[in-house]
Design a protein around this ligand. Sequence first.
Ligand code: S3P
Length: 447
Amino acid sequence: MSHYIVEPVPGVSGAIRVPGDKSVSHRSLMLGSIADGVTEVSGFLESEDCLSTMKAMRALGVRIEQIGPQAVRVHGVGMRGLKPANHALDMGNSGTAMRLMTGLLSGQSFDSELIGDSSLMKRPMERAAKPLREMGAQIATLDGKPPVKITGGAKLKGIRYELPVASAQVKSAVLLAGLYANTPTTVIEPAITRDHTERMLLSFGCQVDAAHGEVSLTPPTQLKACTLEVPGDFSSAAFFMVAGSINPKKDAVLTITGVGINPTRTGLLDILALMGADLRVVNHRSAGAEPVADIEVRPAQLKGIHVPEHLVPLAIDEFPVLFVAASCAQGETIVTGAEELRVKESDRIAVMAEGLKAMGVTCEVLPDGIRIQGRPAGRNEKDPEAKVFSGGTVDSHGDHRIAMSFSVASLRAAAAIKILDVANVATSFPDFPGTAGSAGLNVTVHD
Ligand code: S3P
């Protein structure tokens, strides 16, 4: 099992680029595969999660070429052109891949089975299966978890579905099945979630209307291939937004270039701003249907807040690193309404609390969040170099975002941090140690 050793460093600065957006990359392969014509994708994230989707689409008969660094060409087979795979499709560590594929495969004429790694095999799949069954799909799970078995040939009908939890994965699964339904499908969201599926469907010529928390899709006769540009992943940039904010190097600027700033993803910018961070979003442009900008980060003395619950779905993947920021803030930070964190790649509330406590941070686990006491008592709160974390050993429990979050903590650690079970960082950010190194962090990988 590989681990990181992360040594304390004087600080971070300079300009870095993070790899392509994972959510957008998955969707580009799925929609490109069922489009008519050739879809070219640039900025594609070549991470293990997206490669699981690529392998699955290839197993379903789609030709996908890697035509350069972060560039793929998808030879779409049309909405009815997928072929049965001759084995179970292994979605690896990726909940997004499994839930979206469940939707897509519900509309096919053939049977499919989806499996994953030990983490994914424990994650809830009924949340996607339930609305799909209402549409007429035939899906079996094992006590609500994978393997997911989909019986092909079902005639799907459009539904009006009110999501019980704010989940872009479930919304997207229903919309992908809705492509194959005989009537329009509407999904009603309890809170706004990432809208990459909707934006990309529009790029493929499909009619999707979104307003007032409702998304409606009219089943198309075909999707038309297009050219897609994947922006830098906001969730990968998030580690550096926090790094630049808790940076002990006075007056340093860390710039993250080419970051996707889709407003359904940028809750962390709002949360950090409420905490007093100095983040400047500059050089606005677009990558096709997605807005992009550079983000400049300067060190700031953060203060604890009660994170507004409406921002939780807009920052759902950023909480592990936000907990690191909260540990460095003055006063208490409270997160509530975030029970979804318990069913991610790990139970992110429990696993982060375990690691923070191991490094001397006082925190209390809540059923739906956490309470973190920033800055240990007795420190000079005005000193930006005050050490917040003791260093020592923490276990990421195989969760990529936990491993990267504790790497960022090294900026305010008194000693090296050993982070266990880090191989899954490759599911979203294959060269994290390299990029972190170019910003000034010192992350080394050991077997
Ligand atoms: C994702 C949706 C979110 C997020 C995940 C990616 C997506 O999951 O946590 O990393 O690409 O649709 P939920 O829909 O379960 O909240």
